[in-house]
Structure formats: structure tokens, C-alpha cells
Ligand binder design. Structure first.
Ligand code: UDP
Ligand code: MG
Length: 313
């Protein structure tokens, strides 16, 4: 049986959720008419511990239409965990899963194109924005720099793709084997292999409500991306250390010459410079190592990623 499940992570989305789900149901009618799949699709909303009316809205939507399902976390576990929970739940019954944000900034009309590509044999279809006009200058620039840097560090990322994508059941199941707790989904999917494709779309501004990614959350997310996908910062320590050593050699030569020339007493400045430099270097290095040790600690604990409080099937 070929069923599509659309997974929507939702955190305090009372302003947009009902209309988003209605719109998706309409789109689903059209997808059903295309006949690529032999079963009607359903929508799974994962409430990531919302503190507003989000869950009540999901319950109402479910009552009105049993093809709307819900999963409720006991607290906020974050966007990435909500996506994983949704995918895990969806593949119990679905042959293909699409993930999309609750605010429908990513063009939901493209889901039909994604399904067509799936029917053509693609396992992963990436939604890719063809512009960043709707972002602020700040977000656009920082995002560009960030993804550019990750690319240089050897992380395989799809430019301008976030978490709007289609995945076949086998792609999702492969992905779910990545059991790490610090997870940056969009950095792992390109590593899965399989046949992939892209659909391009124009991202629109949020219809209502506010972004659920304030700067602090975005920075934490960006940092997680780097440290969970690459050990390049640790290599950077090695380069920095080598550089410091070379500098120290230069300093030593200078000191010896000063001594020979009888100028040794004024060594205070060089002493202070090297002291501060080495101290700073060590602190930076320890900080970076600490980050990975911290990550290791959370990985070995194997804590549950999330806790489901209730479920509407
Ligand atoms: N989201 C979530 N948990 C969080 C933060 C966000 O499930 O802790 C969801 C949110 O409801 C939305 C998606 O992640 O469906 C993306 O968030 P948002 O649209 O606010 O991010 P932006 O588009 O501003 O980057
Ligand atoms: Mg958004």
C-alpha cells in the first residue's frame, strides 16, 4: 500500500496551524487525483510541547477529519526531535513521508511535484528555495557564510534547503539508524545515498505568528551543526598549536640574541605577550575540546530523544 504522510512539527503555532492543515488537505485532494499513490494521504502534526492552544487545535482538526493525526511531546524537545518523532511514527504506516514547517513558508503546492518524482523512483526529494528575498539581510548573510563555511569544512549540504523534503520509507528507515542525540538532520540526509532530486520553490513570509527560531536558538542550532557534523575545529587547534610553536621558536631566537647583545632585561614585554598568547590559545583549545567531550557525554548517556505524552491516530 502506497501512503503519503505529511509531517508537521509545531511549536506554539495556534495562529497558523488550522489554516495550514486546511490548505494541506486541499492540496492532498489534488495529489490523490494524480493517482501516483493508491491510498489517501494523512497529516501528522507533532506538537513540540506547545504552551498555547496548538494541541487543542490538533484535537479539533482530528475530530473533524480522522486523516489529521497528532503526537504531543511532554515538553519542548526542539524542531529536529519533532521531525524525527514524526518520521518514526509516519513510517509505521506510510510508504513516503514529506516534512514541512507549520507556517507553510515552504511552498506546499510543490508536494505534488515531489510525489511525482517519488513515483519516478526518487527516494529523497529536496525542497530548495530559489531565493532568499523573504529573509532579513542579517539572516541571509549569516546563513550564506555559515553554509559556505560548512561546505569548506567538507560537510555535504544542499544549498538553500532546510527541512522541507520528501523521503521514501527506506530512506527514512536508514536515516533513523543514525542514533546520535546531537542531530542536524539536513547535514545527514545527503550522506544516505539513494536516488535524489530537487524541486525549486519561492519561500514566502510567515503568514502569522512569530518565528520560533529566535537568535539564541538559531545560534545553538548552528553550533550543533558544526560540532555534530565535523571535527574540523579540533584540527584547527592542531594548526593553531603548530603556529604558536613556530612563534615560540622565533621568540626564543629573539631572546637568545637579546641576551648575547646584553639587552636581556627588557624581556618583560615578550614574556607578557607569550604568556597571554599561550594562555589564550590553551583556553580556546580546551573550550573546543570541551565541546566535543560534552557531546560525547550526552551521546553515551543514550537518553531518550523525546517523550510522547499523547497521540491521536
Ligand atoms: N519548531 C518546533 N520546535 C521548536 C521550534 C520550532 O517544532 O522548538 C517548528 C515550528 O513550529 C515550525 C518549524 O519548526 O513548524 C520552523 O520554525 P519557524 O518557522 O519558526 O522557523 P523560521 O522559518 O523562522 O526559520
Ligand atoms: Mg518559518
Amino acid at each position: 500500500m502506497q501512503k503519503l504522510t505529511i509531517v508537521i512539527p509545531a511549536y506554539n503555532e495556534q495562529e497558523v496551524l488550522a489554516s495550514s492543515v486546511q490548505r494541506l488537505l486541499g492540496i492532498e485532494d489534488r495529489i490523490a487525483a494524480d493517482n501516483y499513490l493508491d491510498q489517501r494521504a494523512d497529516i501528522l502534526v507533532v506538537d513540540d510541547g506547545s504552551t498555547d492552544q496548538t494541541w487543542t487545535i490538533i484535537e479539533q482538526l482530528h475530530k473533524a477529519n480522522s486523516r489529521v493525526r497528532g503526537l504531543r511531546f511532554s515538553r519542548n524537545f526542539g524542531h529536529q526531535n519533532a521531525l524525527i518523532a514524526g518520521m518514526r511514527e509516519a513510517v509505521q504506516t506510510a510508504a513516503v513521508v514529506v516534512t514541512i514547517d507549520a507556517d507553510l513558508q515552504d511552498d506546499p503546492e510543490k508536494i505534488a511535484d515531489m510525489v511525482k518524482l517519488y513515483a519516478d523512483g526518487k527516494d529523497i526529494v529536496y525542497g530548495v528555495r530559489n531565493n532568499r528575498d523573504t529573509d532579513t539581510w542579517f539572516k541571509r548573510t549569516t546563513a550564506q557564510m555559515y553554509y559556505g563555511m560548512l561546505g569548506k569544512l567538507g560537510v555535504d549540504l544542499i544549498p538553500n534547503h532546510a527541512d522541507f523534503r520528501l523521503m521514501s520509507k527506506r530512506a527514512v528507515e536508514t536515516f533513523l539508524q543514525y542514533s546520535e542525540r546531537n542531530i542536524f538532520i539536513r547535514g545527514l540526509i545527503p550522506r544516505l545515498g539513494f536516488a535524489t532530486a530537487k524541486v525549486f520553490y519561492k519561500r514566502t513570509p510567515r503568514m502569522a505568528g512569530e518565528s520560533k527560531y529566535p537568535l539564541k536558538k538559531m545560534l545553538a542550532f548552528a553550533w550543533d551543526g558544526i560540532t555534530s557534523l565535523t571535527i574540523a575545529p579540533v584540527r584547527f587547534i592542531l594548526i593553531l598549536g603548530t603556529f604558536a610553536c613556530l612563534l615560540a621558536v622565533g621568540m626564543s631566537i629573539y631572546t637568545v640574541f637579546s641576551k648575547v647583545l646584553g639587552l636581556a632585561v627588557h624581556g618583560w614585554s615578550s614574556l607578557m605577550i607569550s604568556l597571554w598568547f599561550m594562555g589564550g590559545l590553551q583556553m580556546v583549545s580546551l573550550g573546543i575540546i570541551g565541546e566535543y567531550v560534552g557531546k560525547l557525554t550526552t551521546e553515551v548517556k543514550h537518553r531518550p530523544r523525546y517523550t510522547v505524552q499523547s497521540k491521536l491516530d
